[in-house]
Design a binder for this molecule. Structure first.
Ligand code: NAD
Ligand code: TYD
Length: 349
């Protein structure tokens, strides 16, 4: 094997697509997926590649510093792609401490382990931290987030991610650790956990349940197909400039209400239901506290420096996503049984 790469959070939504991309594209890399398998981690996401000779799974919690160091000592990775995180804003409002533990302490544990085993000889080594556009805060009606936009997080989730970004940069500035960061906009696609807007609405349309729209529904997000995020991570991990960060997005802004209406339209067509059926499920509910009005990414740096372009349009990506959920009802049933129901009742009662 030419290289060993540790990918954290590889059983989650985005992580599973990154693991698949690397396992398939680089058969000469040994890919070690480290994941604690929280409610969001699901090895079913990786069934198609779990028997590949270059794929290994290690169940570990990144908040456990000693365990993480021992895994790094055993596998001696050349690179780390760090995605493990608590990722849902609403959960961060109910339980912020879990976000500090995993997103901040967990990240520092990984940085310490990388620094320790690389012992200041950083030749050929790289720590890629996967972050979010939410660290930049909220935009008004105009403007875009660039790489040098000032950090201004508002939710406990974005505050914890911002903190982890600062630690990654601090390890570069203080110890010379070779790092890159990516800050990506909202992802959607296959295997998306149905606590987030798009898969939650797909699930509820299938079951004839209300589609909860926070506030007036005019909040705006910039959506990128998850496989295009995985491709951007591949590009930046291999070609990004040491110490730099890259914003990733598809110049694809939607107000939540318009997005949900588009989803309703496509779902009615695919399910053979009369037009307007799913629209009737739209229900305005209490707003999320501290709700950021608008996120929008200026992705020109990654485009101009590394030639990055998303591979699908939003229409194509949404259609692929809906088809995947319609063809994988068993996956959806598994993840929406048990704990999910309790969460759902508490969040939307
Ligand atoms: P996810 O919640 O679907 O998956 C997170 C994964 O991390 C799960 O497999 C979970 O088991 C694992 N994990 C959680 N805590 C852990 C711990 N203490 N130790 C080890 N593993 C742990 O998240 P996602 O949506 O796939 O996001 C992945 C990364 O990408 C996160 O860092 C997130 O901040 C970032 N990101 C997400 C989006 C998005 O739209 N979802 C956008 C930009 C950036
Ligand atoms: P979400 O998918 O949770 O992603 P994020 O908060 O990280 O952007 O939410 C996307 C948008 O949809 C956000 O503005 C909140 C809104 N939203 C709803 O209106 N209803 C819901 O039930 C959920 C989960 C989100």
């Amino acid at each position: 094997m030419q290289k060993t790469i540790i990918i954290t959070g590889g059983a989650g939504f985005i992580g599973s697509h990154v693991v698949r991309e690397f396992v398939k594209k680089y058969p000469h890399y040994r890919i070690i997926n480290i994941d604690a398998l929280t409610y969001a981690g699901n090895l079913e996401n990786l069934r198609d590649i779990e028997r590949e000779a270059n794929y290994f799974f290690v169940k570990a919690d990144i908040t456990d510093a000693a365990h993480i160091l021992s895994i790094f000592q055993e596998y001696q990775p050349d690179g780390v792609i760090h995605l493990a995180a608590e990722s849902h804003v609403d959960r961060s409002i109910t339980n912020p401490t879990a976000f500090v533990m995993t997103n901040v302490i967990g990240t520092v544990n990984l940085l310490n382990a990388a620094k320790e085993i690389w012992k200041d000889n950083y030749e050929g080594k790289r720590f890629h931290h996967v972050s979010t556009d939410e660290v930049f805060g909220a935009l008004g009606d105009t403007g875009l987030f660039a790489e040098d936009t000032k950090y201004d997080p508002h939710s406990p989730y974005s505050a914890s991610k911002a903190s982890s970004d600062h630690f990654v940069r601090a390890y570069h500035d203080t110890y010379g650790l070779p790092i890159v960061l990516t800050n990506c906009s909202n992802n959607y696609g296959p295997n998306h956990f149905p606590e987030k807007l798009i898969p939650l609405c797909i699930h509820n349309i299938l079951h004839g349940k209300p589609l909860p729209i926070y506030g007036d529904g005019k909040y705006t997000r910039d959506w990128l197909f998850v496989i295009d995020h995985a491709k951007a991570i591949d590009l930046v991990f291999h070609q990004g400039k040491n110490g730099d960060s890259y914003n990733v997005g598809g110049f694809n802004e939607w107000q939540n209400i318009d997005l949900v209406k588009e989803l309703c339209k496509q779902m009615d067509e695919k399910l053979g239901r009369p037009a307007g059926t799913a629209d009737q499920l739209i229900t305005y509910v209490k707003d999320r506290p501290g709700h950021d009005l608008r996120y929008a990414i200026d992705a020109s740096k990654i485009n101009e420096e590394l030639g990055y372009k998303p591979s699908v349009t939003f229409e194509q990506g949404l259609s692929i996503t809906i088809d995947w959920f319609l063809n994988n009802e068993e996956w959806l049933n598994h993840v929406t049984s048990g704990d999910y129901r309790k969460y759902y009742e508490e969040q939307y009662r």
